[in-house]
Design a protein around this ligand. Sequence first.
Ligand code: ASP
Length: 453
Amino acid sequence: MKVVKFGGSSLATAAQFEKVLNIVVSDPARKFVVVSAPGKRFVQDIKVTDLLIECAEKTINGENNHELIEAVLERYRNIADELKLPIEFIQELHKDLLELLNRDITNKNRFLDAVKASGEDMNAKLVAKFFQSRGIDASYFSPKDAGLLVSDESGNAQVLPESYERLYTLRKIPGIIIFPGFFGYTKNGEVATFSRSGSDITGAILANGLKADLYENFTDVDAVYSVNPMIVHHPVEIRELTYREMRELSYAGFSVFHDEALIPAFRAGITVNVKNTNNPTAPGTKIVHKRDNTNGPVVGIASDKGFCSIYVSKYLMNREVGFGRKLLAILEEYGISYEHTPSGIDDISVILRQNQMDQYTEQDILERIKTELLADEVKIEHDLALIMLVGEEMKQNVGTAARATKALANAGVNIEMINQGSSEVSMMFGVKQASERKAVKAIYEEFFAVVPV
Ligand code: ASP
């Protein structure tokens, strides 16, 4: 039995709905179907979820939300019309949406979550209706009835462990189940959404709870690529990668599959197969526990911008008990999380995402480090990019770092920071943001370029 998830672009138009139906019915094992809200039809288009967020915000602020309600309904109406579904169905969706928007807005986050989640909920109902209209035994199933319980964190909900057992009972239900992604219910019976793009998470939770044989995640690319295709044209497709490798890659910008969705799949040991709705016979990419080493030491290269580095130096830092803790405690007081802390004997750098601090907070923090920790030198460097080389096989290979640094040197890129995680699954280079593309290209050439024979 397989759990299949279709992303927003796979359900953006009536033509995409037809593809989804063909994919599902072509394999009787595809019994549980998780859906996103309709996504973008073209580059400038707006996702239904974004329209709903704007609509909820306008409602909270007491502004006119009519145009946005119409824009949302228009998306479903277009699809339903082309699929020749009865008009009454859209009228029902309209009624439900208005009811939702008339709810109490005292708890703004709760309200926002309920409105956001309705994009997936309406779409799951629409997909079920469409399948039924084609004579398929399919039904919509609500996360509430399924017992998908989540923590009470609006926009960042986490699944509660008791959900898994309840979900297993869904196996008994006959026919195809269409399940909305992106949200669950709190113990108080209120909607809470996962983080953005969270339908991937729903799919993984279902796959775990149902003990599925495979979790197929349908999106709009043929595979996870070894590097960002916006930086390198037609990069090598990755056939297989491990959960850990995927986690490292998604940390630094690979957005094909949500990193939070890896945990439920990993715990249950279920293979995730990322596939293309527009080219379903392509093998896609498999995310697995263990893979063959056919890719060489590096499986993928990721990069992400927007980091800064706080450099602190103090003579005899290595002997001062509690220095690191005190330093990080200052950041904690400002609610700032850090990413890495490469260190020397008398110095340490703390790498952060720079959008967490405005100019004033930054000044405050630097000042406090200097005065409270009696540091000799404190400085900050902005606009850094992190380049990550990922691959479980790096551990077994000699010379990977040398090859990477040589490639950067040949391209004239100055390395600001080097960090290798203890697991040796990834190696990281900090460079100036302006050199990011050049650096990524150089490393890709080194590890992936096909040498002409
Ligand atoms: N529709 C939601 C979003 O845009 C969730 C998803 O598509 O996975 O974030």
